[in-house]
Design a protein around this ligand. Structure first.
Ligand code: C5P
Length: 285
């Protein structure tokens, strides 16, 4: 039996445009995504000689074949045409669920990467991202990582100039969002917000943090904020603490602020913690 270890990094949507509904029920999107240091720890025992098992430090997370990490391992070994002779996946969770931080997708991508390295890299990064697309829309980005322009359903990932160094304060309110519910609300109501991912990619090349922060924007934010005004409260508190820009990530409910100083991000984090939010300090990966 071999034990593998891999970190599973969360993502932020620096921009998120919803371009339209597709015939398969999914939506075409355009998003500049950023991988961040907030992570889960994944451990995999390969060749246990027993039935597949999944254990997670957080009880509310499914600990069976419905977990994306399990699905990723299944897709990997099916494509490889090999039986690993028993697998146990252990997840130490730090990334909050239903937050728009791709927690489940990050775990799935980490499993794909760890198993690929263990098996001698039979798949290229692109092939691994394609396998990831079978597991979930955010998995291809989590496989590629860094800073990237993501299009289609999430399966087209084009790396961009890496995001300028900065600090993020991420705040999680006491409600979580279901991605499919937020997309359904978008179909009904549309959005008043028009993010510009192409412009974000251009300013990313110039590397001026203030300019980059000025372009963070998420078309889903007004939809979630209309139901949950606490989104506004989190953003206002971050701006009061010196954030250069703030946005909800993905379909929510987490909100992040971009800071050029660790101290300011830490003050924002303390302020929001005192108001009852769970907070995380993070950086680019
Ligand atoms: O692919 P994933 O399982 O992460 O998607 C969760 C849900 O989010 C889908 O069932 C769909 O309702 C919605 N979704 C979408 N368009 C995307 C990604 C997700 O409509 N590009």
């Amino acid at each position: 039996m071999t034990t593998l270890q891999q970190q599973a990094y969360a993502k932020l949507n620096l921009t998120l445009e919803i371009l339209g509904k597709r015939s398969d029920g999914y939506h075409d999107l355009r998003s500049v995504m950023q991988q961040i240091s907030l992570c889960d720890d994944i451990e995999i025992d390969v060749g246990t000689g027993e039935d597949w098992k999944l254990e997670c430090s957080q009880e509310s997370i499914p600990q069976d074949s419905s977990n994306l990490a399990w699905k990723a391992a299944g897709v990997f070994y099916k494509s490889l045409g090999k039986d690993p002779q028993g697998l146990t996946i252990r997840i130490n969770k730090r990334i909050p669920s239903q937050a728009g931080l791709a927690g489940g997708s990050a775990d799935a991508a980490a499993v794909l990467k760890a198993l690929n390295a263990h098996e001698g890299d039979p798949f290229s990064v692109q092939e691994l991202a394609d396998l990831g697309a079978k597991v979930g829309s955010d998995v291809p980005f989590c496989v590629v990582g860094g800073t990237a322009m993501v299009t289609g359903r999430g399966e087209n990932v084009k790396s961009l100039t890496p995001m300028t160094d900065c600090f993020y304060c991420i705040a999680m309110p006491d409600f979580a969002m279901s991605t499919s519910d937020v997309y359904a609300a978008f179909d009904k109501e549309g959005s008043s917000r028009c993010p510009d991912s192409e412009a974000m990619a251009r300013v990313m090349e110039e590397g001026e943090l203030l300019q980059i922060a000025g372009y963070v924007s998420n078309a889903m934010e007004p939809i979630v904020a209309a139901q949950h005004p606490r989104i506004f409260e989190m953003k206002a508190a971050m701006l009061d603490s010196g954030a250069l820009g703030t946005s909800m990530t993905g379909s929510g409910s987490a909100v992040y602020g971009i800071f050029d100083s660790f101290d300011m991000a830490a003050v924002a984090s303390m302020t929001l913690m005192e108001r009852g939010y769970q907070t995380y300090l993070s950086r680019n990966v």
